[in-house]
Ligand binder design. Structure first.
Ligand code: ZN
Ligand code: ZN
Length: 276
């Protein structure tokens, strides 16, 4: 490899055409990553077990590993590829999750809360209105997240305040994650106890939101509480988005007091220097 661990640039949340909402071939994402100066990526394809999701159960695992093997061989001089998966509600679909995790050699597992329950997607109008107002929706969301943190099999909790990406029409500028500090500290404590971590997801910056998901305050709390496992990810569904704002995320981590971020192989975390 042409880099040392201090200089390594990683993007640990990338989708390809193996995800139900992405059309970019894996080899195109690899080329885009190299062009963007990224040295290591984790492909984190959507694993959807909710029948209401678009194209549920569509992640073709054998084809993914076949393609990954080809891309590893083709790009190995410039890029390290980690076999990842982004599982929606792993706590609610525990049997399906156990089966897919046991069936393949995953390096990295994101746990996501996209659906509050079987019927309600947290990007939907119903989510923001059903609890009286959007504030009740967020409280219900973080309460459910504690169940995910407690019972789910995953490595890193993805995009902690995901509904913030979609709720602008309902809350305008009034949403402030610090209003949910008690809920979120409970989630963070559970993650730390179980040896799991969080990510800084930069996709919201591309949606013209003022901050990452989660915002700086959560990084501060996590660091104060002794959290160490932290990945950085663009959540790219387009080639041009790979690595986007990863530098911003790195600086946010440093501002919160972190000197290291986390990479994974065979689901075992390794801490690397954030670097310059
Ligand atoms: Zn997601
Ligand atoms: Zn994603």
């Amino acid at each position: 490899m042409r880099y040392d661990l201090c200089r390594m640039r990683c993007d640990y949340h990338v989708h390809t055409e193996f995800s139900n909402d992405c059309n970019v071939p894996m080899h195109e994402q690899c080329k885009a990553a190299i062009a963007a100066g990224i040295h290591q990526i984790a492909f984190t394809e959507h694993e959807e077990n909710n029948p209401r999701e678009q194209l549920p159960y569509s992640f073709d695992h054998p084809a993914y590993f076949e393609e990954l093997t080809l891309c590893r061989a083709r790009f190995s001089a410039d890029l390290t590829l980690r076999a990842g998966i982004e599982i929606s509600e792993p706590h609610r679909y525990a049997v399906e999750t156990a089966r897919v995790l046991a069936g393949y050699p995953w390096d990295f597992v994101l746990g996501s809360l996209h659906w509050l329950d079987a019927e309600t997607n947290t990007n939907s109008r119903e989510f923001f209105t059903r609890y009286g107002d959007w504030r009740g929706g967020f409280h219900a969301y973080f309460t459910e997240m504690l169940a995910l943190a407690r019972d789910g099999d995953f490595d890193i909790l993805a995009h902690m305040d995901y509904p913030a990406r979609y709720g602008r029409p309902y809350f305008g500028d009034a949403y402030d994650i610090r209003d949910y500090e008690t809920d979120i500290r409970a989630v963070l404590a559970m993650l730390i106890t179980r040896g799991k971590g969080i990510e800084i997801n930069t996709a919201s910056l591309r949606k013209r939101l003022p901050t990452t998901c989660p915002p700086q305050a959560v990084l501060q709390w996590y660091h104060e509480m002794g959290g160490t496992l932290l990945t950085l990810g663009s959540d790219a569904h387009l080639a041009r988005d790979i690595g986007s704002d990863i530098t911003v995320a790195r600086h946010m981590a440093q501002a919160a007091g972190f000197t290291r971020i986390t990479i994974y192989e065979c689901r075992i975390p390794e801490q690397i220097e954030i670097g310059d």
